[in-house]
Design a binder for this molecule. Sequence first.
Ligand SMILES: Cc1cc2nc3c(=O)[nH]c(=O)nc-3n(C[C@H](O)[C@H](O)[C@H](O)COP(=O)(O)OP(=O)(O)OC[C@H]3O[C@@H](n4cnc5c(N)ncnc54)[C@H](O)[C@@H]3O)c2cc1C
Length: 271
Amino acid sequence: MAKPELNAILIQRVLLGPELFVWRVAPDGWELPPFEPGQFAVMGLPGSAPRYPGSAPDKKPVEPDKFIQRAYSIASSPKRRDEMEFYIALVRDGVLTPRMFGLKTGDRVWLSPKISGQFTLTDVPSQANLILVCTGTGLAPYISMLETYLPWDGKRRIAVFHGIRESQDLGYRLELETMQRLSPNFSYFPIVSRPHLEKVPWKGELGHVQDLWKRRALDKTWGFHPTKDNTHVFLCGAPGMIQDFQKLLEAEGFKEHTRKEPGQIHIEKYW
Ligand SMILES: Cc1cc2nc3c(=O)[nH]c(=O)nc-3n(C[C@H](O)[C@H](O)[C@H](O)COP(=O)(O)OP(=O)(O)OC[C@H]3O[C@@H](n4cnc5c(N)ncnc54)[C@H](O)[C@@H]3O)c2cc1C
């Protein structure tokens, strides 16, 4: 790809874990397009951008004038017109994220003016309950949905299942715990898969997000079992989790949603 102009400015960089960061990016001299919560943008940097010193070297040499671009779910609401927020994991031997990790506020980046994706609530009936399942930074599109639509009206119930290795990786935990306290229809289930890494014992759920479904964690909270007739399930992040969770849902009659053949399972794979 021809090298595009770095058309946006990093205005805030916050670490939410040792290798997890939130970026707030503002367009420089152009308007952000409208978008639906759940959609993604593309960001990019030239190969000449330096890698963060703590990262592994490039696996294959990257030409300085090669333009590197990757997709990122937008974590902020479209109601925020001046900036976009992204929740990003540093992949130490990756190509782009080690270059992003070293940038400082005021540095420039390329942000696609085109927004894409169908991982949205557009096709979901307004009365359907929602289970928003993710691993790691797969939480990002849900933060946009929650920020946009809270306080949720009506009787719809919403649950977030967030799978992480250790609790220090629970980005947006305070926001989600606060939503849970303030909104009786909203439930937050963080689940830790490597409790031996915890600095103090983790008292919450242990295992993977699939275990929350197998344990019927929502039946007690909601007072009923979510079925294809009353609930839509969103799956975002690592492909292995998505495949396993999808199988569990399909065994209970849920079906993947496409525009042509409506169903109740919505999928966004990060790789
Ligand atoms: C629609 C879409 C939306 C995405 N949104 C996000 C987002 O909001 N936040 C985000 O961090 N990433 C997101 N990604 C992944 C992102 O596009 C990049 O793949 C990721 O940042 C790694 O880029 P890289 O060049 O550093 O690594 P690459 O050199 O491209 O290496 C890719 C490898 O990195 C690993 N990897 C990729 N993404 C992640 C991740 N999120 N967490 C842990 N390991 C990962 C996988 O092993 C993958 O095979 C999204 C991907 C898609 C397709």
